[in-house]
Design a protein around this ligand. Sequence first.
Ligand code: GLY
Length: 403
Amino acid sequence: MELKQDSDNKVSYEALELFQPPTAHREVFQQTLERAVGRVSALAPQFGLRNPRLGIPGTTRYAFCIPDEWVASFWCGQMWLAYSLTGDSRLKNSARMRREYFKTVLEHPRWHDHDLGFLFSLSAVADFTLTGNEKSREMALRAADFLAARWRQPMPFVMCWNPMLRDGPDFMARKTGTLNIDSMQGMALLFWAARETGQSSFTEIAHMHLETSRKYLVRKDFSSYHAYEFDPRTGEPLAGFTHQGLHDESCWSRGQSWAIHGFAQAHLYTGNAEYRDTAAKMADYVARHLPEDGVPLWDYNLPADAIPYRDSSAGAITAAGIYTLARCYGGGPEARKYTALADKMLLGLVENCDLTADAKAEGLLKEGAAFVALGRADNLLPYGDYYYLEALMRAVGHTEFFW
Ligand code: GLY
């Protein structure tokens, strides 16, 4: 596998000559971005040390995280992005005040799973990237070590979930050998650690995980399985299944979004054309299954008689991922084609789900679907908010993020 490397032999964005192709809706996205940054700045003192978890049903308010939640970093990530745009030290201080919590995460092995990527890219990597803070760098590298150590032979991927008693015996047994699509974005922490340290094992593990994901989670029509079970003793692939989608053979829209963003991001780190091409074909699948208004339903294969819950978080992650993909092409017809698709999805969110003009709302986007089978639909979601901010920034040309 060929990596793009700079003169110090470090994997590097700078080795690829890239720019963000221009959006057709710059003005509306810029205005929405300014309102979004204004909401984040207004909410920071109101939230204090709390981190939003899930919208309270029927409201535009949040319930907040308890310890050990995979979503704990998305608010922190919004504050770091807003800080990168405004330089407002109150946002920096508020984001950094969460460091104690993330230290606690590192100290609790039982809390470690594939979500270490989300948790530390949007807290410690963000802090180090924007301020050069060495303690944050150390914490991010420690998290990358723990994530890489989740590769256990003979399975060709980083172990995703941890079996827990509350899962019941069947799911518990299955979890040990399961690869899932939510892990894709976590590989950026490993690529980042490789770039920081020059240690190629991080890159090798990330490539192994991404290749296995490409082979087993991505179907022939470029839809995706949420998860794929392997025999943990032999590493033999068994079957694809869903956890949060409609059924085993359907395409859960947020799963598809994690893969598009993850593969496009991996291309930026490595220059590997297969990652870019897979993200592109998965984006083409989305284009064929997207409702007219540009906002995905929670599963791309919902039958006509199902409640058509939207998942605005899938829309935001996919839009951010497809802007990233457009950047992978640098210029030319593909860059224009994918920018137009990301524009359609982002405009769909701005016109149908945006809360940035609502001074009472505690988030940026309504109508997220966390887990429909558990009744968690039509909610505010902190990851929907984070990726909405990221997509708006990418749309108007920003290229510095924490992945
Ligand atoms: N656990 C990741 C997700 O719900 O997308």
